[in-house]
Each structure stands twice: as structure tokens, then as C-alpha cells.
Design a protein around this ligand. Structure first.
Ligand SMILES: Cc1ncc(COP(=O)(O)O)c(C=O)c1O
Length: 398
């Protein structure tokens, strides 16, 4: 049977990680991989999570099955995190959330439920988007359509072209939006653009699917929720896939949520029953560990404050690495403008350099960047910034 299968080409980011590992130069720098790193280049377990983990070791009395929706306390607390504890949607009965295996699992369950509800729905994705959006959502059955999002030449959102395209989206189609810290561009919608998209959704009848994988890493926990909170107030229907991989550092624990807002509480109950039956047909139940930690952290005032302080330090470090890198390469002989790096949010931005320059950075200097020129700002630190900026200035000279 298996002789008919062809090998699948290795994911370019994984390929880059392998090449980075094999590189023996001590000064090498990895700006490709999509995880947070601290100033010492480590991806640490957050302290608040460690404390919760120690408590859980004592408190956890069973590993018995938990059910398709995962931990009810986690589901409730995630709603408070997404919308803020005082949001009117929370008492409306129209919002329901279930635990999912990471943001990726959440996106997939959400997509499957939408395709069950409306098989003819198409999904509009901004260009560019996180590359995994296409296989993850497309294989649920969506026809994928594109709308322009980012202009590489100006390194800004192409607002006019985006709105023009969204104006043509028909009723019942889904529009994928990034909640904050857009991956790969770092260019987030302004409040005004969020408002305009909500106006268009009401006017046209399309439904936003918001992917929020970086809440707290852009402008702050509440600020990063602007788009989904405003849309939850204004729109009859909304789907949100969220992840605790980055803001709780729980990557491998696969901790995420899929949240549905329906027109009525009765519809919300039906949607969530469909989400649970979808989960049952794919992986049955989500892993428990990460969600138990998140609900413990969010449910304990002291631990929550500890986590928020750590998250804020992470956010500020990313912001300061943006400024540091921009300032140290802005004055270059090629006359290239890198000011967008300072203005953008979260972990990623495009450098916008040529394929040749990218190759020289890797071959001559051991600096690894994916071919789109997306860099992870968390890979920049106080030890490597001088080497990184000098190498870039050298490459930009020729
Ligand atoms: C935009 C976006 N959405 C979703 C995810 C999925 O995160 P995870 O499945 O690891 O929780 C990621 C991870 O990199 C992402 O960048």
C-alpha cells in the first residue's frame, strides 16, 4: 500500500532549523523559528506556569477522560481573557467556547463546523498570511479566496486595496483576520480599519474568523483584544480561534480554544454541540495539562498578576529589540528604510532584502532567515545585536 506514497518536501522553516542546528559557528543567529526567546536565547517555561505546575502535581487526583469540550473552568476563563471580564457578550448566552489542541486545532475545528453549517462558504485570507492557514483551513473543505493585505514596497497594510476587495465578499463567506501581531508582517489593523471591516461585515453579511495567537504581545492584553471585543458587540456572528502557545509559553502542551458567537443562545448551544462532535470525529478530546495550568493561573489573583508581569516583560523586550535593530541598521549604504520594524507589533516583520542578501547572511555570517525575509525579533538579543547589525550593514553595502 505505502509504495504509492511520495515523500512530502520538508517544511522550509523546519529545513532552516535543521541547517541552523548543523552549523558549527558559535556566532550563528536563528531569526527563522517562530517561538519566543529571551535575552539569553532560551524559550523558557514562564515562572507563573512553573508554580501552577508544582501545585497541579499535588492537586491532580485523576487522569480520567475530561470530555470533548475540555476543562469547563478553562473555557470560562478564556472567554474573560478574550473579551475582558465585563464584556456584555459574556452574559448574553450567545458565546460559547471549547478547548482545542492549540490554536491550530482550534482553527481546524472552527473550519469544520463552519463547513458543516454552510458547505458553500468560501474563506477569504489576507495576502500574505501564516502559511499554515491554507492547509489547515483549506483541508476542512473551504474554497480559499485571497484579499490583498500588505504592500511589500511600502512595508505597510494596503488599506485601500484590502477594503476594496472586502467590499466584494458575498454574504455567508468567512473572512480570516489576525487578532493582533500579524504573522508574518507584524502590521496590525488600526482601530479605524477594524471598525470599517465590521461596518462591511454588517453591510455585506460576511462573517469574520479571527485568529488570535499573540494576545498580550502587541500593545497589551486588553489593547490587543480591540478588534474581537468590538466585533463581539456589533456583529450577530463571529468565530475566534485562540492559542495559549505564545502568551503562556505552552507551545508543546497544545492549549487553545475555539469560540463561537451565534445570533441566539439556542444557536450557540447547537454550534457548540457540533464543535464537540467534530472534535470527537478527529481527536476525541483535547490534552488537559496546559488548560489546567492556564485556568489555575487565571483563577488565582497572585499567579495571574505574576503571569501578566512576565507577559508584559516579554512584550517590552520584543518592542525594545525592534527599536534596537531598526536604529542600528537604519543608516545603511543601500538607503533602505527599516523604520517599519520599529512601528510593527509582536514577533515578526519582513526585512525586505533580496534573496542574494539573504543567502550571504546565511553563508558568510551564519544568520538564518526564511526566504520570505520574515524575521523573528525574539532572536535578537543584547549579545548578538552588534554582530547582527554589522553583518547586515556589510551585506547591504554591495
Ligand atoms: C497566526 C497564527 N495562528 C495560529 C498559530 C497556531 O499556534 P499553535 O497551534 O501552536 O497554538 C500560530 C503559530 O505560530 C500563528 O502564528
Amino acid at each position: 500500500m505505502f509504495e504509492s506514497l511520495k515523500p512530502v518536501a520538508i517544511d522550509p522553516i523546519l529545513g532552516l532549523m535543521i541547517a541552523f542546528k548543523a552549523d558549527t559557528r558559535s556566532e550563528k543567529i536563528d531569526l527563522g523559528v517562530g517561538v519566543y526567546q529571551d535575552d539569553r536565547g532560551r524559550t523558557p517555561v514562564m515562572e507563573a506556569v512553573k508554580i501552577a505546575e508544582a501545585r497541579l502535581m499535588d492537586l491532580e487526583m485523576t487522569k480520567s477522560y475530561q470530555g470533548m469540550a475540555g476543562d469547563p473552568d478553562y473555557n470560562q476563563r478564556i472567554l474573560g481573557l478574550l473579551f475582558g471580564d465585563q464584556h456584555s457578550i459574556l452574559s448574553s448566552g450567545r458565546v460559547k467556547s471549547i478547548q482545542a489542541p492549540g490554536g491550530s486545532g482550534a482553527l481546524r475545528v472552527g473550519a469544520e463546523v463552519i463547513c458543516r453549517a454552510r458547505p458553500e462558504s468560501r474563506l477569504w485570507v489576507g495576502v500574505p498570511t501564516w502559511p499554515n492557514h491554507i492547509p489547515l483551513l483549506g483541508s476542512a473543505g473551504f474554497e480559499i479566496k485571497e484579499y490583498p493585505y500588505y504592500d511589500m514596497a511600502s512595508q505597510k497594510i494596503n488599506g485601500q486595496a484590502m477594503m476594496d476587495a472586502l467590499r466584494s465578499v458575498p454574504a455567508g463567506d468567512m473572512v480570516l483576520l489576525h487578532g493582533c501581531c500579524h504573522n508574518p508582517t507584524g502590521a496590525d489593523l488600526s482601530h479605524e480599519q477594524w471598525d470599517q471591516i465590521a461596518d462591511l461585515a454588517l453591510e455585506r453579511g460576511f462573517i469574520p474568523l479571527i485568529d488570535t495567537a499573540y494576545q498580550g504581545l502587541g500593545d497589551g492584553l486588553d489593547e490587543d483584544g480591540y478588534g474581537m471585543r468590538m466585533m463581539a458587540e456589533r456583529l450577530p456572528e463571529l468565530v475566534i480561534a485562540s492559542s495559549c502557545s505564545k502568551n503562556f509559553g505552552l507551545y508543546r502542551e497544545r492549549t487553545g480554544s475555539i469560540t463561537f458567537i451565534a445570533e441566539t443562545p439556542e444557536q450557540a448551544d447547537i454550534v457548540v454541540s457540533q464543535a464537540m462532535s467534530t472534535a470527537r470525529s478527529i481527536y476525541s478530546m483535547p490534552p488537559a495539562h496546559g488548560a489546567l495550568l492556564v485556568s489555575m493561573v487565571l483563577g488565582d489573583d497572585q499567579l495571574r498578576a505574576h503571569w501578566q508581569a512576565e507577559l508584559e516583560a516579554t512584550r517590552l523586550r520584543l518592542k525594545s529589540m525592534r527599536s534596537l535593530l531598526c536604529d542600528s541598521i537604519q543608516n545603511n549604504e543601500a538607503g533602505m528604510d527599516f523604520s517599519h520594524i520599529k512601528e510593527q507589533k509582536g514577533m515578526f516583520s519582513f526585512l525586505g532584502i533580496t534573496a542574494m542578501q539573504l543567502e550571504r547572511l546565511r553563508e558568510e555570517f551564519g544568520i538564518y532567515i526564511v526566504s520570505s525575509t520574515r524575521i523573528n525579533l525574539a532572536g535578537v538579543n543584547s549579545n548578538n545585536i552588534d554582530y547582527l547589525s554589522q553583518s547586515m550593514l556589510t551585506v547591504l553595502k554591495s
